[in-house]
Design a protein around this ligand. Sequence first.
Ligand code: DGY
Length: 342
Amino acid sequence: MNAFVTRLIPEAGLQMVRQVCQVRVWEGELPPPREVLLQQVAGCDGLICLLTDPIDAGVIAAGGRLRVISQFAVGVDNIDLAAATARGIPVGHTPGVLTEATADLAFGLLLAAARRIPEGIEYVRAGRWRTWEPLGLLGAAVWGATLGVVGLGRIGTAVARRGRGFGMRVLYTSRTRKQRLEAELGLERVVLGDLLARADFVTLHCPLTPETYHLIDERALRRMKPTAVLVNTARGPVMEMEALARALREGWIAAAALDVTDPEPLPPDHPLLSLPNCIILPHIGSATVAARERMAVMAAENLLAGLRGEQLPYCANPEVYGEGEQLRSERNGGFSRRGLGL
Ligand code: DGY
């Protein structure tokens, strides 16, 4: 059997696949070009891909003998799930193992934006620190502030827990009410409009779907407090980037801290890159040694199960096995624009 892996991933996962398959790994620094993807997919039984690979209907159709697609990520918005399901191809992904790493980064971004940490670093490096300043680099208090979590799935919940640890009042949106978590963590479920109006910090944790595309647009940004901070570790297209740049320039909100953008990377002349109140990281939410190793093992487990003709342990399109809407909705954290009060 042949497997194609679209980038070098941690050895722990590759080793598992090598024991069973002839493995070809694309070792380029950038993702394989489309023609390479099409050519490789045509000859392989299993594919391990990344969020940077557009696995559209054309690529899936090229995989005449493809039995499984295994994504090295939890998000699968780069894959045409309907096209895979239509061809009976299960799609694996890696939920759970990157939750805490991503939540740590989201909270780190929140703190960095609130307390203006990158500006402080820059200030010192530029030799501008001459004395202790009573009015210098004042930021926003995190302790006791209100946190708004958009999408209370695994990562959203992990960020909510961190917020509670910082004495924050936590609001959340979700199509389904999470009563157990409300009771355990003292969370309050609200519609998105209220969350945006009340939160001092808004953190995005919804998957990218047609419902959440440009969820944070001009209208949403204008509902936020002028002192508010927006954090996004989910997917770039959940925000409307031009509207965000205007919001930061014109003071509709105070700051943004992003691990994801649209596109990725941003072009060097993008307005967001020159704003002092915007922090941008290169999509490193899951980038810990431990999380990436577990993701590689999970991607391998999914691939191997698919090649054996078994149900994938972590499947993003369970409908391929005849399971229905209920499961699909659970996978999305019960997420729909309607449920957000938009
Ligand atoms: C994911 O898994 O979807 C992250 O964006 C990358 O780890």
